[in-house]
Ligand binder design. Sequence first.
Ligand code: HEM
Length: 140
Amino acid sequence: MTIDPALVKSSFAIVEPHGADVAGYFYQHLFEHNPSVRGLFAEHLADQQDRLWAALGALVTHLEDTDTLVGILQGLGARHAAYGALPEHFPAVGASLLATLSHFAGPEAWTPEVEASWTAVYAVVADTMGQALTAAGPSS
Ligand code: HEM
């Protein structure tokens, strides 16, 4: 599966103006489908919501700059070891992320090609973050 950077950027540009609603929808979806991960997150999610979506924006911006992208993902992955995140959490987060993007992009913009590109992007994200997370090991 290949990534079409133009499709990823144009679909993200439709979703991004929805601001905090996007992050709110994402966490609601994630916790509704995976109640067990709720305890990993702080009780008040406001700051965290901004950081996650800022990180996604940075990933989209650097999509074609592999060195920068891999550096961001390795840093994120290593820090996630301390948050109690596990490689097996990544599919759940990916499913909620895609559900959120599809919801806010709307049926016309969320074409099969857009979905395939985002699926491929998330595979790179989960793989690179997951490796850095495992290398960093569980922190006590
Ligand atoms: C697309 C993949 C992901 C991205 C872009 C992402 C992004 C972020 C960012 C930017 C932060 C803020 C702190 C920092 O920069 O280190 C954060 C914190 C956190 N992330 Fe992620 N994350 C991802 C996947 C995951 C997964 C799979 C889990 C596992 C459930 C997870 C759990 C957490 C937790 C527990 C925190 C700390 C929240 C708190 O302080 O309450 N993240 N994440």
